[in-house]
Design a protein around this ligand. Sequence first.
Ligand code: ZN
Length: 97
Amino acid sequence: MPTYAFRCPACGPFDARLAMSALTDSTTCPDCGGDAPRGITAPGLNTGGDAHRIAAAHERSAHAPDVVHAIPSGRAPGAPPPRPTTTDPRHGRLPRP
Ligand SMILES: [Zn+2]
C-alpha cells in the first residue's frame, strides 16, 4: 500500500497508508478528526536494492582500492592443493629464473 501525505489545517502534515482504491482528495486527521486535504510530494523511487548496493561497492573499490600489506598466499583457506604443472622429472632440472 502506498503512503500518501495529508495536511491538516490545524495539526499539520501527516502520512497515511491507504489502498489506491481507497484514496480520496482528503481524509480524517488522526489527531483532531478534522478534514485534511491530500498534499503533493516527490515520488519515492526504489533505488534497486542489492544491485544498487553491489554497484556502489564496486565504484568505491575503483577509486579507493583496499591496501594490501602482504603478498597473497595464492590459496584460499580450505582450497585443494594446486595440481603440478608437469609430472616430467626432467622439468625439475631446468634452470630457474
Ligand atoms: Zn488535525
